[in-house]
Design a protein around this ligand. Structure first.
Ligand code: MN
Length: 255
């Protein structure tokens, strides 16, 4: 028998409560259930899994696009999910979504991403969680394909009754129309960083991060490879960072 209570879907992001991407994801989420948005009150990209410990958190209740109930929080994406879980939601969410991020969270970006960390925090707290990103940075980018990718992955997760413990799904999509979605793995990649040095008006040095993304992976099953072919990707990721095969190998050595 179908439950009469609609699924509750928590939507978070790292670009902030007012980004177009979060509205685009809330719209898709509303096809599946009741939506509550809990998101940072400002841009929090690349904060990773940071949490706030030194200042109090405040949650400002707001309505977005005149229809979605939500809270803007003066904290990080992970803070938002923890606070929603512990204090802000009237019942436990059936699903946690994070995004749609403006910018790729494929390859090594996963580790720096606040968007992915909001979803990972959801997984840590025991909820089925999905991160969704569009590889194009501009806020006016066409998110149609990312929305369709999200729709398909949400349906997959709800139809199977949730995700296994410890697993988060990381979805990426190119800008523009939907051209298919493939399962993928995280591409081996890194940033080759450079800090441009300048001098401020008070004659003090400062440094600003620049840098280039470097793909170290030529496999055709990686997220970046598939995205470069124009399709969306979904990668199952896990927060347990233990290298089990190496533990078995190293573990036989006495230290
Ligand atoms: Mn972002």
């Amino acid at each position: 028998m179908m439950s009469e209570i609609k699924p509750l879907i928590l939507v978070c992001n790292d670009d902030g409560f007012f980004s177009p991407g979060i509205k685009a994801l809330a719209k898709v989420a509303s096809e599946f259930g009741e939506v509550v948005i809990v998101a940072p009150d400002r841009q929090q990209s690349a904060v990773g899994h940071a949490i706030t410990m030194s200042v109090p958190l405040r949650a400002n209740e707001l309505t977005i696009a005149k229809k979605y109930k939500g809270f803007a929080v003066n904290g990080t994406p992970a803070d938002c999910v923890k606070l929603a879980h512990g204090n802000l939601l009237e019942r436990k969410p059936d699903l946690i979504l994070s995004g749609i991020n403006h910018g790729s969270n494929a390859g090594i970006n996963i580790l720096y991403s606040g968007t992915v960390s909001a979803a990972t925090e959801g997984t840590i707290l025991g909820y089925s969680s999905i991160a969704v990103s569009c590889t194009a940075y501009p806020e006016e980018a066409d998110l149609t394909g990312a929305q369709e990718a999200a729709r398909r992955v949400i349906k997959f997760v709800l139809d199977r009754g949730g995700l296994p413990k410890g697993v988060t799904l990381n979805v990426n999509a190119p800008a523009g129309e939907f051209k298919g979605i493939e399962w993928s793995r995280m591409a081996d990649s890194r940033y080759v960083e450079e800090y441009e040095g300048r001098v401020d008006p008070f004659n003090r040095s400062y440094y600003w991060l620049t840098g280039e993304f470097e793909l170290l992976d030529d496999g055709s099953d990686s997220d970046i490879h598939i995205l470069n072919e124009g399709k969306a990707t979904v990668t199952p990721i896990q927060y347990d960072l233990t290298d089990y095969s190496l533990l078995k190998d190293f573990g036989s050595n006495n230290l």
